[in-house]
Design a protein around this ligand. Structure first.
Ligand code: FAD
Ligand code: NAP
Length: 449
């Protein structure tokens, strides 16, 4: 069986691994990736100061080394090749394309310069080529981050970390230079609900003082009492304990510090040609009959001067031409991974279930999709193409994308980046522009040929 996987993030690799692990299956996997580099958000999302988390890539490298696996980088499915062409050539196609764009707040002033999506900022500091030419004006004493998830913590922590700490990581050099020159002294992280409803995970919350070398500013009144404390989840209880610790702690603020305020929603962003202030509406919390805690506007307003608003309120998927799309959730509708109404197309990861869950969540998710695919094969609802011989995918692709990056091309990039990092004790120095990545991946491949 020939399977194409579109996207090389965690979900794509776990799906490849689940297929290749099956001793009862004679399967070849081709992975298509629009970037010249694999690993999706493990390379371009996970924060540079979390190298242990990034080391999960060694699992993906092992899968990529399998004989029945091929990597085809720098191929955008939808532009360089079409969905139909893949379906004609492969017995099954698994879309693992993630959710590359941002959710909007839907408030006046959101489009002002200085109001940016965390998606862009994260891509920029992680050296994603799509964001390499972005610039962020850090010449402001306060940044405001909207959202209470782990991405909000990532961006707040990076903005407040001493640059010398970041210099030991694989943060993009352009971001390190900008952060060294940053005028930011305070990053205000704003949650629309209470401290017990935050989506943070506790280790990420707990590490803030160590990583930012600073105390965290919490209003003790905001964490003193929360609705239905006994009924909280274990994570919420642990988070609350950490937040209360910060509120009591007299640790001094470093050169840059994080402030957290809860029960505030962004109402309007104002400024003359660029962001100058954000208006926050104060909320009260109400507990529904089902126990859900929701935020309600009290009508009270507060204006906070700032030159940079980062919205970290979630990622969002994009449609794939020819496949159904759930506009409300921003995902491809599916039944245990089988795309609704499709003949041989499947989904996995964030585009399947929405942009939540840590890296490991995608492993179980991939097993579900692959199990469904094999069930379909067994009961005949997925029929393999009936053809003689094998398809010459490589010549077809060479025609469509002459600058194809294969696994050996990626190995050259990987080696070049790691070597560049060695003198400064960094894990790697990232090449952040597609041209630079292709120079490395292709020139030596050509020289070897
Ligand atoms: C900022 C951030 C930080 C995170 N940090 C952590 C963390 O520290 N720990 C943790 O456990 N989890 C973390 N996560 C969550 C984790 O990254 C996700 O669970 C995981 O990456 C989702 O995997 P995925 O394969 O579905 O999508 P992705 O990782 O987004 O991979 C999708 C891949 O598909 C490719 N692609 C998209 N469209 C096409 C196309 N048309 N043709 C070809 N290729 C295409 C993309 O370029 C990308 O490589 C973080 C998430 C974010 C956003
Ligand atoms: N280190 C790590 O392990 C790590 C790092 C980064 C990301 N991740 C994972 O990646 C996933 C995505 O993270 P994420 O932070 O993007 O999403 P998330 O965990 O879903 O958090 C989104 C936050 O935005 C808030 N929000 C949504 N709409 C809003 C609005 N209109 N106004 C104000 N606030 C709004 C949500 O509040 P409500 O709850 O009120 O809706 C929530 O606090 C998560 O599963 C996360 O754990 C993990």
């Amino acid at each position: 069986m020939n399977v194409a996987i579109v996207g090389s993030g965690p979900s794509g690799f776990y799906a490849a691994g689940a297929l290749l692990d099956r001793a009862d299956l004679d399967v070849r996997v081709d992975m298509y990736e629009r970037l010249a580099t694999p690993w999706g958000l493990v390379r371009a999302g996970v924060a540079p100061d979390h190298p242990k988390i990034k080391s999960v890539s060694s699992v993906y490298a092992k899968i990529a080394a399998e004989e029945s696996f091929r990597f085809f980088g720098n191929v955008d499915v939808g532009t360089d090749v079409t969905r139909e062409e893949l379906a004609e050539r492969y017995d099954a196609v698994i879309y693992a394309v993630g959710t590359p764009t941002d959710r909007k707040l839907g408030i006046p002033g959101e489009e002002l310069p200085g109001s940016v999506a965390a998606v862009d900022f994260v891509g920029w500091y992680n050296g994603h080529p799509d964001f390499a030419d972005h610039t962020f004006d850090l010449n402001t004493s306060r940044a405001v981050v909207i959202g209470n998830g782990n991405v909000a913590l990532d961006v707040a922590r990076i903005l407040c970390s001493p640059p010398d700490r970041l210099a030991a990581t694989d943060i993009a050099d352009h971001a390190l230079d900008a952060l060294r020159a940053s005028g930011i002294k305070e990053v205000l992280v704003v949650g629309r609900r209470g401290p017990a409803q935050a989506a943070f995970t506790t280790p990420e919350l707990k590490e803030l003082p160590e990583f930012t070398e600073s105390g965290v500013d919490i209003d003790p009144d905001q964490v003193a009492e929360v609705p239905d404390e006994d009924g909280l989840s274990r994570v919420a209880k642990r988070n609350l304990a950490v937040l209360r610790g910060y509120a009591e702690d007299a640790e001094a603020y470093g050169e840059r510090h994080i402030t957290m305020r809860f029960q505030r929603s962004p109402v309007e962003i104002r400024g003359n040609g660029k962001v100058e202030e954000i208006v926050l509406g104060h909320n009260e919390l109400r507990v529904g009959e089902d126990g859900w805690v929701s935020a309600h506007d009290t009508g009270h307003r507060e204006s906070v001067p700032t030159g940079l608003v980062l919205r970290a309120v979630g990622y969002r998927g994009l449609p794939i031409a020819g496949l159904p799309f759930d506009e409300r959730r921003g995902v491809i509708p599916n039944e245990r991974g089988k795309v609704e109404g499709a003949e041989r197309e499947y989904v996995v990861g964030w585009i399947k279930r929405g942009p939540t869950g840590i890296i490991g969540t995608n492993k179980k998710d991939a097993v579900e999709t692959v199990t469904r695919l094999l069930e379909d094969l067994a009961d005949g609802s997925l029929r393999r193409h009936d053809r003689d011989g094998t398809l010459d995918i490589e010549s077809w692709l060479a025609e469509r994308q002459p600058e194809l990056v294969t696994e050996s091309g990626w190995q050259l990039i990987d080696q070049a980046e790691r070597t560049a990092g060695e003198p400064a004790g960094r894990p790697r120095v990232k090449l952040c522009r597609t041209e630079a990545l292709l120079d490395v991946a292709l020139s030596r491949t050509r020289a070897d040929a």
